[in-house]
Design a protein around this ligand. Sequence first.
Ligand SMILES: [Zn+2]
Length: 198
Amino acid sequence: MASQEIETLSSALARLPGLGPRSARRAVLWLVKRREQALPALLEALVAVRDTLVECEVCGNVDTRNPCAICADPRRDAKAICVVEDVADLWALDRAKLFTGTYHVLGGRLSALDGIRPEDLNIAALLARVEAGGVDEIVLAMNATLEGQTTSHYLAERLEGFPLRITQLAHGLPVGGELDYLDEGTLAQALRARRPVS
Ligand SMILES: [Zn+2]
């Protein structure tokens, strides 16, 4: 029987995406065995995340500053906004270093199944950015899933009527593929081959 402390930590870790109860217990055992070396750094990193990370009120990115480093960077082209589902997608695209514009994080995708409606996503802020002017291209970089594409179509409709070029990622995205899992070459190709939303 594990102690209460170990149980508490295991069940906290088991809630992380990608970890089930079994891997969580293994992670806890690993940490317990290396508590002198590994725990201080981990604790420090967790506290730093709790105390310093904020959500950018412009784009929804997570950073230590608000507006985030991307929104605040004068070398970034504010005329182009790449719309992504999640912060992990933004990071994945930005690692590919191909897109020089700014981003907008929706915080999810439309889903009838999960009851996610447009008002549950960060869409109003995107429209406000477009309405404020100075934007001439929107890249819809949704995942190549059914829900991602539904979201993409919805956004294309909402953006109709603005003087904008609306593009979306093209070749290279495998059907059912999620951006965060793709290698940088595939992502770069998809971004380069973006095409107008029909
Ligand atoms: Zn930002």
